[in-house]
Design a protein around this ligand. Structure first.
Ligand code: NDP
Length: 396
């Protein structure tokens, strides 16, 4: 039996906590800690068994170490914000505890998100005999496992990958983001990027798009974006010729975003307002609905999956693997919408993999470096099943 500490009581943290609480055969003791303890207590009150809660400032390594030493977890699941990746990794290293997150490190003052700083922990984690499991949400996370699974089961070499993320849900608000607005808007207003023939190609934000017929949803327009899992996948999947990431957006969403961008509200450069510096994007976040508040009225489905093309026994073949999630079903189960649900279940299952020894590679690892099979099978059991299709088409 294992002890798990979950840090971050937002939309994703709620789902992770619900799923860990239900795994009574694996987790004997659970603590949920966040900047605001009331939020943790609110989530704890929804559960069918007691958990501990605490307040912690995850930007503060000493405070984190103190909490870890007092609770003595076997694994820490970090579902606060990517700004805290390095401090929480540092605390896990100092206390000798496994670490899991769902998003790579972002510098709050610069528009970068990358694995470099986290990969630099590898040797120290390995020497300490602990695992730092990076990007174990849905995308990154399950998408990485889908590609590893495709490679293990159906291909000698995967050459083309399209990761496709469709949210066809409707929350009834004119404009809102599905997870932390600051992170979401930073991600989609940057130039698009994809990997082809050994190098990154850059395109203006949202300039490349095409329709795709998503199973159980129908045709939606999807836009080429840069997304963090590609950085590790190009490193770990041999023979890749091209990998791209696509996300669907409605015309209404894009119009709002264009206006917000044009008036400067998506900028992270401080502006002086009434004698005080204000960061427009942080101010915008304060105006937009809390993503967790969308859950109660969200209707419709998400479909996230990976289309792969490659070669098996000298023959070309295609493989599509995806998950469909229903916003209302997620809400009934965990009081969260499907975007939080798809991101929050995988770190709980990642912790189960580490706790049971199904995953025992030490050092800092990305999900595609581990055996995808026990992970995907457990995910299917606890709420994120997958469907496989072998389309009769080649890469386009
Ligand atoms: P939220 O903003 O809803 O929640 C973040 C939580 O972290 C809040 O409870 C917040 O506290 C807490 N927090 C923030 N800063 C600190 C701090 N310094 N110390 C302690 N707690 C802190 O975000 P989401 O739940 O939507 O997202 C959580 C994470 O999941 C993010 O890293 C996001 O990038 C990632 N994600 C990953 C996905 C994937 O598929 N891989 C998809 C979606 C999200 P407070 O309540 O006080 O603000």
């Amino acid at each position: 039996m294992a002890r798990v500490l979950i840090i971050g009581a937002g939309g994703v943290g709620r789902v992770t906590t619900h799923k860990c609480a239900r795994a009574a055969d694996i987790f004997s003791d659970i603590m949920l800690a966040s900047r605001n303890r009331d939020k943790c207590d609110g989530i704890a009150a929804e559960l069918s068994r007691p958990i501990q809660t605490a307040r912690v400032d995850a930007d503060n390594v000493a405070e984190l170490c103190q909490l870890i030493r007092s609770f003595r977890p076997d694994v820490v699941i970090h579902v606060a914000l990517p700004y805290q990746d390095l401090t929480i990794m540092e605390a896990c290293l100092e206390t000798g505890v496994h670490y899991i997150d769902t998003a790579n490190y972002e510098d709050p003052k610069a528009l970068t998100f990358r694995y470099k700083e986290q990969w630099e922990f590898n040797e120290r984690f390995a020497a300490a005999g602990i695992t730092g499991l990076l990007g174990c949400g849905f995308d990154p996370g399950v998408t990485n496992a889908y590609i590893a699974y495709g490679l293990k089961k159906y291909f000698d070499e995967i050459r083309f990958v399209d990761i496709m993320d469709c949210n066809a849900g409707d929350h009834g608000k004119p404009f809102a983001t599905n997870f932390n607005p600051e992170l979401n808007i930073r991600e989609i207003t940057l130039p698009g990027r994809f990997w082809e023939n050994g190098s990154w190609k850059e395109i203006p934000a949202m300039s490349v798009h095409k329709p795709f017929d998503f199973p159980e949803i129908g045709e939606r327009e999807m836009y080429l974006l840069y997304h963090e899992e590609m950085e590790s996948l190009v490193r770990h999947i041999p023979g890749l010729v091209r990998i791209r990431f696509w996300m669907t957006f409605s015309e209404k969403y894009l119009t709002h975003l264009r206006v917000l961008e044009n008036v400067g509200l998506t900028s992270i450069e401080p502006v002086m307002f009434q004698g005080r510096p204000v960061i427009p994007l942080e101010f915008l976040k304060a105006l937009l609905p809390d993503p967790a508040s969308l859950a109660a009225n969200y209707k419709g489905k998400t479909n996230i999956g990976c289309m792969m093309h490659g070669v098996k026994d000298g023959k070309e073949r295609s493989y599509f693997i995806y998950n469909v999630c229903d916003h209302e079903a997620c809400y009934r189960e965990t009081r969260s919408q499907a975007v939080s649900y798809t991101a929050g279940v995988p770190p709980a299952v990642g912790a189960m993999m580490l706790a049971t020894g199904a995953w025992n590679k030490r050092g800092v690892v990305n999900v595609e470096e581990l055996d995808p099979e026990p992970f995907l099978m457990k995910l299917a059991q606890v709420g994120l099943p997958f469907t496989e299709v072998f389309p009769d088409q080649t890469a386009s």
